[in-house]
Design a protein around this ligand. Structure first.
Ligand SMILES: [Zn+2]
Ligand SMILES: [Zn+2]
Length: 149
């Protein structure tokens, strides 16, 4: 049976519950300094659409940059998501999902920011900070270099 892309999840304390549709059954890791400070580890996330939260009042949205925010549970502090303000989708924390079967670990971003004390064994698509800025920065802007970590 094919695994469903429509899944549910919740934070550590259960105050935040959600339903979401996985864009793909793929988990990615971000090694940037902000994610690692936030999660103590690379932020493992799944791109999702149609995210519906049970209770928005239980979520704190922290504006971590001009273009994105990070959500966490107001009660237990579980990291919930990374969200580009203008986008519909959410990068939902992979660990929140009730069913974590049928997923592949497929990509790593900010790979050049990964500290030396860990490595993942899987072969994945890896992007550096410069490659990410080249792909996502508005047309005409120069890729930002390494100094802002
Ligand atoms: Zn919670
Ligand atoms: Zn990151």
């Amino acid at each position: 049976m094919t695994a469903s892309l429509q899944r549910t999840g919740h934070c550590l304390c259960g105050a935040v519950r959600f339903t979401a549709t996985l864009a793909k059954p793929e988990v990615g890791a971000c090694h940037c300094a902000m994610c690692r400070r936030w999660a103590s580890a690379p932020f493992m996330a799944i791109e999702c659409t149609h995210v519906r939260f049970s209770d928005e009042d239980q979520i704190t949205r922290f504006r971590s940059s001009d273009w994105a925010e990070r959500g966490f549970c107001r009660q237990c502090g579980s990291a919930l998501f990374y969200h580009i303000i203008d986008a519909d989708g959410y990068a939902m924390a992979a660990g929140l999902f009730d069913d974590q079967t049928g997923l592949g670990f497929t990509h790593q971003v900010f790979i050049d920011k990964k500290p030396d004390h860990y490595d993942f064994a899987q072969e994945t698509r890896n992007l550096t900070e410069a490659q990410i800025y080249k792909m996502y920065a508005p047309p005409g802007t120069e890729p930002i270099s390494d100094e802002n970590t």
